[in-house]
Ligand binder design. Structure first.
Ligand code: SF4
Length: 396
């Protein structure tokens, strides 16, 4: 009787555990449920919850978290301080997914490195490493490296000048796939005696369209027991989803926020950025004011300068008037031409004149250097060429 009773209890417990795991898994793994659990997809509380369900306490979760993000393990067998029973359970139930390059390109000036990284389901995303240091002779350790990472495979926003927009949307990235790009860059730079300083979420995809996974990835990046990257070194670039900007403010998300404008009237903006039809400038700028007031942070506004399209003196005045009451800094970026859009970058004298007019309105601005033109470093350009067969795909 007693043994039978225990058997029943064990079966019931096992059923409950399965139900518990299922509900936990579906909370983060709903993008690719057919694949085994990737530990990088878990937030720290989810990792604790998972291990607690297996009967292992918080100390074990801390050891595992440290192994993933401090010790940069590449295989679960490296976690020698973990109890063998937990290591075995992890090996049976989970995996560590490390992103690997399908294609790599290096710019001729040596400042930009672009990677097309493989995802588990055969999709590929772009990650770019940029070096911001004028003097090549400086030692490697003193150079500042920035990683430009993706948040989606493709993008649903459809900005006309953007190669990713021209590809369309495939799917959201999981939190683990977003963090995985940072881990890839850190490993790549560490092997060369260098380190990562800044992260910009400015690669393929609209980060605020994939809000939950992007924010979870940022929490993992900034966790002081993990990667410990300061929020001021992270910039999230968005086409401007007002409800999501307000949500960032309400949740106290203190990363840098960059909003792509490209047009100072609804009509101009809608011609370049289709989501502007759904979210007019008045709503967007009200959300920006809300964000600035709540977090006391200025916003970076981005303006891709396109010859004859949005680089006239009149448009500079319109932009000046539009942003006069914002705590703002404007980044002027001469367009990176793409195959699917006929626009060309503005000439340097046009750029200088545009910037001078903004200064009349007391608006600070910076002309951003274009990087990696010879390696298709604009977002989506490399993936687009691979998809269209223009590039031969090689594995490294
Ligand atoms: S510019 Fe950004 S938001 Fe617009 S289509 Fe490209 S990736 Fe998407």
């Amino acid at each position: 009787m007693c043994l039978g009773g225990k058997t029943v209890c064990a079966t019931l417990l096992s059923h409950r555990q399965n139900h518990f795991y299922l509900s936990l898994f579906t909370s983060y793994n709903n993008i690719m449920p057919q694949y085994p659990l990737n530990l990088y997809d878990l937030s720290q509380p989810q990792l604790e919850q998972l291990l607690a369900g297996w009967g292992f306490g918080r100390t074990h979760a801390d050891q595992l978290w440290r192994g993933l993000y401090r010790e940069h393990i590449t295989h679960l067998s490296e976690l020698t301080e973990l109890r063998p029973a937990l290591r075995e359970k992890l090996t049976a139930e989970a995996r560590l997914v490390h992103l690997t390059p399908r294609l790599t390109q290096h710019s001729s000036d040596g400042y930009t490195h672009k990677f097309l990284l493989n995802l588990a389901d055969g999709q590929a995303i772009e990650t770019v490493i940029m070096r911001f240091e004028a003097r090549r002779e400086l030692p490697e350790q003193t150079r500042r490296y920035t990683a430009c990472i993706s948040t989606q495979a493709g993008c649903a926003m459809g900005c006309v000048f953007c190669a990713t927009g021209q590809m369309g949307f495939t799917r959201h990235l999981t939190a683990g796939e977003i963090v995985g790009q940072v881990l890839f860059v850190q490993r790549y730079l560490a092997e060369r005696g260098a380190s990562l300083r800044n992260i910009v979420l400015m690669g393929m995809g609209e980060p605020l369209h994939n809000y939950e996974n992007t924010m979870q990835a940022i929490e993992t990046m900034t966790d002081h027991k993990g990667l410990a990257i300061a929020p001021r070194h992270i910039t999230l670039s968005t086409v401007g989803l007002p409800h999501a900007i307000r949500r960032m403010a309400d949740e106290g998300r203190r990363v840098n926020l960059a909003v792509s404008l490209h047009g100072a009237t609804d009509a101009q903006r809608q011609a370049l950025v289709p989501p502007a039809k759904k979210w007019p400038l008045a709503d967007l700028l009200a959300a920006c004011r809300y964000y600035t007031a709540a977090l006391r942070r200025r916003i970076f506004f981005e303006w891709a300068l396109i010859e004859g399209e949005n680089d006239t003196a009149e448009q500079a005045h319109e932009l000046g008037r539009l942003l006069q009451d914002q705590t703002a800094h404007i980044n002027l970026i001469p367009l990176n031409p793409t195959a699917g859009y006929a626009g060309q970058p503005s000439q340097p004298e046009r750029v200088r004149a545009f910037q001078a007019i903004l200064a009349q309105y007391g608006l600070p601005s910076t002309v951003r250097q274009r990087r990696g033109i010879d390696i298709d470093a604009g977002c989506g350009q490399l993936a687009n060429k691979v998809v269209s067969g223009e590039w031969l795909v090689v594995s490294e």
